[in-house]
Write a protein that binds this ligand. Structure first.
Ligand SMILES: Cc1ncc(COP(=O)(O)O)c(C=O)c1O
Length: 444
């Protein structure tokens, strides 16, 4: 048996016992497909700051940070206090309440394209709403998306997410997807412009300003600019999926960072302070179609306002605390951006030193390692990740070995939070050095 696997099995006997139970009650033993990794995931029972602990008592510097929702770290006191107070006042009312108004006002004050907000509970709902709104507003039906773009399990966007990008993403998808959703290459200005110009009945274009699950790959500004200009020319809507980049690249998200204003944006993750949330935001004119009030509305509305728990008091309280804190501590972004740059540089350098070609992508606080099939291969889109890297075998090995060294990653990387310290950085760089040495030695 491989020594890293042996070490993992030795460290995680309680997790293994839970996994054996979990397998028969949860498909794959997990509640989200990507949380499984071979031979079985460790099961977590607490988190604080930059760290999590598993049921065997192992401690990890965490770079997955609750699917990147926890930019303030685990259990940040401002969020915990707000949630505690809210628990006393009420868990769930299913009624309008002041905090949702205040959080919406805060979003309007920070996110450039937000003139109105509709809250929901997940990012997938937010992208579903954004697509429906684009179709309802324009009266058209075709949506264009980037290859490798992951917008949650929103049915209408489950197209060309995983390489080689020509197979159905799931059983059970409706056949209209093939006609109504088309794709272009990420960072391919010419291809995207051509796709937009050629598209008939184009309602909108949706794109992640930094391709997240597709490889932590930042868009070139010119690419986003081209999408902005071409969609405007066709009177179609530009939608930024800012579920990862919102409140992460800056408090105003990628649209503030790149200085490009979309028509609509989908938000989630950080916006909930660690509690479930989603939101679609955009121009007053388009969002007004969600207004249920007023005469003649029947048949003239876009239905984007359901959800038993939409705007639920606990998520709103946690989100308010987190976003207020971020708006008042903007210098935190510079710090985690510098740390991200350091991790990206050192990660590729240390693997190169040990004879393995690794490129590290990302932007500001985000980073992701790619094990290249050939030295010097560039990683500018999801196609490059699929065809130019050993994205499966090597990444799994990288993850397991880093876990054995007390560092938790996802997809070959993750993101820094404001709770990460110099001590975490030191431990991470030492772990990377050891993992690179072991993986390099094994290859020889
Ligand atoms: C860019 C992007 N969009 C949408 C989603 C879906 O969000 P949720 O998991 O909250 O449904 C995700 C989730 O990881 C995401 O990364």
């Amino acid at each position: 048996m491989d020594e890293s696997l042996k070490k993992y099995l030795q460290r995680t006997s309680k997790s293994r016992a839970i996994y054996e139970r979990a397998e028969s009650v949860l498909p794959g033993g997990v509640s989200h497909g990507i949380r499984f990794f071979p031979p079985y995931p460790f099961y977590v029972n607490s988190g604080k700051g930059s760290r999590i602990w598993d049921v065997d008592g192992n401690e990890y510097v965490d770079y997955w940070m609750g699917h990147l929702a926890l930019i303030l770290g685990h259990n940040h006191p401002v969020v915990v206090d707000a949630v505690r107070q809210q628990l006393e006042d009420g868990v769930h009312w299913g009624a309008a309440h002041p905090d949702e108004v205040e959080l919406a006002e805060l979003i309007l004050g920070t996110v450039p394209c937000a003139e109105a907000v509709r809250f929901c509970n997940t990012g997938a709902e937010a992208t579903m709403y954004a697509v429906r709104l684009a179709r309802g507003y324009t009266g058209r039906s075709v949506i264009l998306k980037a290859e490798g773009g992951w917008h949650g399990f929103c049915t209408d966007l489950l197209v060309a997410v995983h390489g080689p990008f020509d197979r159905p993403e799931s059983l059970g998808l409706p056949s209209y997807l093939g006609k109504e959703v088309a794709t272009f290459g990420f960072n391919d200005v010419e291809g995207a412009v051509e796709a937009i110009r050629k598209a008939r009945d184009l309602a909108g274009v949706i794109v992640e300003p930094v391709l997240g699950a597709g490889g932590s790959i930042p868009a070139d500004k010119e690419f986003l600019q081209a999408l902005r200009e071409e969609t405007a020319r066709k009177d179609a809507l530009l939608i930024f999926d800012e579920i990862i980049t919102g409140f992460r690249l800056s408090v105003g998200g990628a649209q503030e960072y790149f200085g490009i204003r979309p028509d609509l944006a989908a938000l989630g993750k950080i916006l909930g302070g660690g509690l479930p949330v989603g939101a679609v935001v955009g121009s007053q004119e388009s969002m007004e179609l969600a207004n249920p009030v007023g005469p003649g509305r029947e048949g003239q509305r876009v239905s984007i306002g359901g959800g038993t728990f939409s705007g639920n008091p606990i998520s709103m309280a946690a989100g308010l605390a987190a976003v207020r804190y971020l708006a008042g501590n903007k210098e935190g972004y510079e710090r985690i951006g510098r740390m991200g740059e350091r991790v990206r540089k050192e990660l590729s350098a240390v693997f190169t030193d040990h004879g393995l070609a690794v490129a590290c992508t990302g932007l500001e606080s985000m980073f992701q390692a790619h094990f290249l099939r050939e030295e010097g291969a560039s990683i500018r889109n999801a196609r490059d990740v699929h065809f130019n890297t050993d994205h499966r075998r090597r990444k799994e090995e990288f993850k397991l070995r880093l876990a054995n060294e007390g560092v938790y990653t996802m997809h070959g990387g993750g993101a820094l939070s404001m709770a990460h310290t110099e001590e975490d950085m030191k431990q991470t760089l030492e772990a990377l050095e050891k993992v690179a040495r072991d993986m390099g030695r094994k290859r020889r």
